[in-house]
Design a protein around this ligand. Structure first.
Ligand SMILES: *[C@@H]1O[C@H](CO)[C@@H](O)[C@H](O)[C@H]1NC(C)=O
Length: 332
């Protein structure tokens, strides 16, 4: 790591200490070499990471979280959505087993129904009724725990310039009632936001500097970084559904260190450091200025059994032996 990079890391640290805690980390477990949950929760604590996203109601993780003060975003896996949508007692059982049984000493922030469900996926029709059933089953926890879903930005049919952002014709009938439900309940929409994938798919128009927050100055459309442009395109699309007050929470963002175009340790270190700095800074985006941006870094560990592109296995902030890949001493 060069002196320049080290400097960036140190600046990031200093800023983040004073700022509101807006950064969490996704704890994915698609691997066969990860430490036990108890050690992972300790690793979150020793690194000052105050929020966690998990994808399944893993009982060992929930047990290890007891008394930890880590705020949790917990996923309902895609395979369970349909039965929860069709059967109130199935929703009630899920909430009893994974929320109520732990709620006395685990802090639940969100229940996330579905991750990156495409409008063409048969499961998409069950997301809203599943959200409604889980909401009903929460009873007096309704005000404390927000129900949402995590979308991918491919739901946008148009995203450039950001002010022209809108959902694709396919996505509109799927996402509009969900957005209305969130708005009614004061819950945010969660979105997985990856400048990395936008960058590797269009290096002709997108520079590495723009994608990693290192561009000097603003583009002619008024943006200094791609992350803000992607977020604002989604804000513009949400506005067009009629929900003006909805917040976006970034439920995943990251950059791989290997396994693909632009996937280097140096680029990833710059991305994570600058992302943390930016979302904690309180600058916000051009359309939503002057606020910190709640963001979950993807991910805690390199996951050696992730399918898809090779780079999918190299998004960790830590290796499975618990060493930091980027010398970010305190992530929050
Ligand atoms: C954001 O903060 C700046 C600087 O304090 C201020 O000039 C501007 O009016 C604020 N914008 C909004 C939308 O609050």
């Amino acid at each position: 790591m060069g002196v320049f990079l080290l400097l960036l890391v140190l600046i990031g640290l200093e800023t983040s200490k004073a700022a509101a805690q807006s950064v969490g980390v996704c704890y994915g477990i698609v691997a066969n070499n990860l430490p036990p949950a108890v050690e992972v929760i300790d690793l979150f604590k020793t690194n000052g990471i105050a929020r966690m996203r998990i994808y399944n109601p893993n009982q060992a993780t929930l047990e290890a979280l007891r008394g930890s003060n880590i705020e949790l975003a917990i996923g309902v896996p895609n395979e369970e959505i349909q039965s929860i949508a069709n059967d109130i007692s199935s929703a009630a059982n899920w909430v009893q087993n994974n929320i109520i049984n732990y709620a006395n000493n685990v802090i639940f922030r969100y229940i996330i129904l579905g991750n990156e469900i495409s409008p063409n996926d048969p499961t998409s029709q069950f997301i809203l009724p599943a959200m409604q059933n889980i909401y009903g089953a929460l009873g007096n926890l309704q005000n404390q725990i927000k129900i949402s879903t995590a979308i991918q930005l491919s739901l946008l049919g148009s995203s450039y310039p950001p002010s022209q952002g809108e959902f694709s014709p396919d996505a509109i009938p799927y996402i509009t009632p969900i957005v209305n439900f969130l708005s009614t309940n004061g819950a945010p929409l969660l979105a997985n936001v990856y400048p990395y994938f936008a960058y590797i798919s269009d290096q002709k128009d997108i520079s590495l500097e723009y994608a990693t927050f290192t561009q000097q100055g603003y583009t002619d459309i008024g943006y200094q970084n791609l992350f803000d442009a992607m977020l604002d395109a989604l804000y513009a699309a949400i506005l067009k559904t009629g929900a003006s007050d909805l917040q976006i929470v970034v439920s995943e963002s990251g950059w791989p260190s290997a396994g693909g175009e632009g996937a280097t340790t140096e680029n990833a270190a710059a991305y994570y450091t600058n992302l943390i700095n930016h979302v904690n800074s309180g600058i916000g985006t051009p359309m939503r200025p002057n606020q910190s941006i709640e963001t979950y870094l993807f991910a805690m560990f390199d996951e050696n059994m992730k399918p898809g592109a090779t780079s999918e296995q190299y998004f960790g902030l830590f290796t499975p032996d618990k060493s930091q890949k980027y010398n970010i001493a305190s992530i929050n």
